[in-house]
Design a protein around this ligand. Structure first.
Ligand SMILES: [Zn+2]
Length: 300
């Protein structure tokens, strides 16, 4: 299931749960015979108002009004309003379908965001959009960082570059830039997964050890997102027959999707560690690019 399917599944479940909860409350209230009688009387009076004529109808209308007031008073004493008696939609825009104006309704977008940030918590810490990055933070280097940001926005988020490696020493803010680019993709409607290289390696190992039936879903989680962000490649232990072959397989499969990787390693070290095949894929002339963030340590 991709993030959009998951979003609609969560929305459907929430709508169904809310409905079930409402039904449960009304059934509970109707256990009080006095209240149950009021509801029955109101129902029967509604029919009378339709079927009767003249004075009789006037009389029934008046009685119905009184009964409805009684019902409202009763509900109010219990802490409810009369809306509890009928199915009300949570979203006026999409009528709880999650689809509005040919796209995902804002109510479903909220769920998509919750789900994305839930599985990629590192995205919670960064702005939604590269344009929101506070350049004053970089002091004298603001102009240089402006170029990095503009490259990420034009070439990666909105452009042709599918494999972007952000190199640079610890503390240069490359995680912040990479995560913000990933979050901008999420904001634009993309299915985004952000995880550390350590976590990715664990997922490769889980895939390696999984039974055949479970493999497909484990692999899809990594292969399907529109954008995969891998933080700090190079710190994970190299597992024999796991790390390098699965990383290569994943990059091959993600050729038409976006992958952003941050690393402390330079190209030579990347090649020593992961081999020429992986590096040439990451630095492919048309689809790949490396951006090295330089600068003094910005953490302090
Ligand atoms: Zn809606």
């Amino acid at each position: 299931m991709n993030i959009r399917e998951k979003t609609y599944a969560v929305l459907r479940k929430r709508v169904a749960d809310k409905k079930a909860e409402r039904v449960r409350i009304v059934e509970g209230l109707r256990e009080d015979e006095r209240f149950d009688d009021m509801l029955r009387r109101a129902n029967s009076l509604r029919w009378d108002c339709v079927l009767q004529k003249g004075e009789e109808q006037q009389n029934s209308r008046r009685l119905l009004q009184e009964t409805e007031q009684q019902i409202e008073r009763y509900l109010s004493e219990k802490g409810y309003t009369k809306s509890i008696l009928s199915d009300t939609e949570s979203c006026d825009l999409c009528h709880d379908t999650g689809v509005y104006n040919g796209g995902m309704c804002s109510c479903a977008e909220k769920i998509r965001r919750e789900l994305t940030l839930g599985r990629s918590p590192m995205l919670k810490e960064v702005p939604d959009d590269l344009a929101e990055v506070d350049l004053s933070f970089y002091g004298e280097r603001a102009q240089t960082y402006k170029k990095y940001i503009s490259f990420l926005k034009k070439a990666v988020v909105n452009g042709e570059i599918n494999f972007a490696v952000i190199g640079g020493k610890t503390g240069t803010g490359k995680t912040y830039l990479g995560c913000t680019a990933a979050k901008e993709c999420m904001k634009n409607g993309g299915d985004v997964l952000a995880l550390s290289a350590l976590n990715l390696n664990q997922k490769f190992l889980a895939y390696h050890c999984a039974f055949l039936e479970a493999k497909q879903e484990l692999w899809a989680e990594l292969a399907e997102p529109d954008l995969l962000y891998i933080d700090d490649l190079g710190v994970e232990p190299l597992l024999n027959n796991v790390t390098v072959p699965y990383l290569y397989g994943l990059l091959v499969e993600r050729i038409d999707k976006k992958t952003i990787i941050t690393t402390n390693l330079d190209v030579v070290k990347l090649e020593q560690r992961y081999g020429e095949r992986i590096v040439s894929r990451l630095l492919d002339k048309r689809k790949g690019a490396i951006m090295t963030v330089e600068g003094e340590d910005l953490r302090f």
